[in-house]
Design a protein around this ligand. Structure first.
Ligand code: MRU
Length: 349
């Protein structure tokens, strides 16, 4: 199985920088981008150069280290840390991993802020960012191990958006389930929804699965119902950006529709996500903030204008799938099934 290129990497010591694979250029160009300032990390997150909930969290954690490199003489570390984390919080609103990682970095630094010299503080923060990255890698493997048995020999699996290696530090969440099943020797077919408007399915998931030698077929989003009706899909697995305490799950726009289609065809719909994607402070999905993005992603999304000038556009980047439509949530700690608040708390807490 071919190895995919690394999504995000810290280069050097605490005075180093972040190297990330620019995902906006895939699949035709595999190019890395070096981010040396917190502003460059913010831009990379906002523009989806780095994307997918866990990868956004890792990028933000590393962004904190970059931000602390420019601690001006005479400025307090407490103030600078707050400034940097507050700023990164504004990059994207839906994936809770961003806020989880920033809170974790701030918590880790808190007892040392007034005491340590700036260089030691940066080293300590880098160690924490690298721990987040390392835990994410282990998380992917554990999710794969827990979920692999869901895919049977000769079956069809449908996925939406990209929840693979490009979205994490290792080989993904939803795609980890597929990679682990393949490692166990099973043959199966994957249908990748193209995922309008930004085509993460076509550009990223199809590419990633192909790179790793998995049988993948690209379909337009509006073909999923037909493919299910033809009996080609036995399982749906997607990732998640934020999961509320009752199991309602925000993921890439279109996921809710796929879950409804799966229910209509009697196909189990699973979500694969690490514990860092749960937001137990929200009782239901109604409270999850949904990112609204630039209308041009829809009117000019395929490289040329495809809608009339001045047209009104609605462009929510995520939707919420109610827990009732989800057969189970595959986490690094095991599968939560059925999806109920008490089961979520039992597995996570
Ligand atoms: O807008 P994106 O590309 O960041 O959206 C990504 C998704 O919706 C993924 O499915 C989710 O973040 C899970 S990634 C393991």
């Amino acid at each position: 199985m071919n190895q995919a290129p690394r999504t995000i990497e810290w280069i050097g010591d605490a005075d180093g920088f972040v190297r990330l694979l620019d995902q906006t250029l895939l699949p035709t160009r595999v190019e890395y981008r070096d981010c040396r300032t917190v502003e460059e990390i913010w831009e990379a997150i906002r523009m989806l150069r780095v994307r997918g909930a866990p990868a956004i969290g890792i990028a933000a954690a590393m962004g904190v280290v970059l931000g602390m490199q420019s601690l001006a003489k005479g400025t307090s570390a407490v103030e600078r840390l707050r400034e940097v984390t507050d700023y990164l919080r504004t990059s994207r609103p839906t994936a809770v991993n961003l806020f989880w990682a920033l809170d974790r970095m701030a918590r880790h630094a808190a007892p040392h802020l007034e005491k340590l010299p700036p260089d030691q503080l940066r080293t300590m923060l880098l160690e924490e960012a690298l721990r987040i990255e390392d835990e994410d890698r282990q998380m992917c493997r554990a999710i794969g191990a827990h979920g692999a048995a869901l895919i049977g020999e000769g079956q069809g699996v449908l996925t939406h958006c990209n929840a693979g290696g490009l979205a994490t530090a290792d080989y993904g969440t939803a795609l980890a389930v597929m990679f682990a099943a393949a490692e166990q020797g099973r043959k199966f077919a994957v249908f990748a929804d193209e995922t309008r408007p930004l085509l993460q399915g076509a550009r990223l998931t199809a590419w990633e699965l192909q790179q790793r030698g998995i049988d993948v077929t690209l379909i337009c989003d509006n073909m999923a119902a037909q493919v299910m009706r033809e009996g080609r899909v036995h399982l749906v697995v997607t990732g998640a950006d934020r999961i509320a305490a009752n199991g309602d799950t925000a993921n890439k726009i279109g996921t809710y529709g796929v879950a409804l289609l799966a229910q209509a065809h009697g196909i189990p719909f699973y979500v694969a996500a690490p514990s860092s994607t749960f937001d137990l402070s929200l009782s239901s999905g109604d409270a999850i903030p949904i990112e609204q993005r630039d209308p041009r992603e829809i009117t000019h999304g395929l490289g040329k204008q495809i809608a009339p000038d001045g047209i009104k556009v609605y462009n929510p980047a995520f939707d919420v799938t109610p827990a009732a439509l989800i057969a189970g949530i595959i986490t690094e700690k095991g599968i939560i099934r059925p999806v109920r608040e008490e089961n979520i708390r039992e597995v996570l807490v």
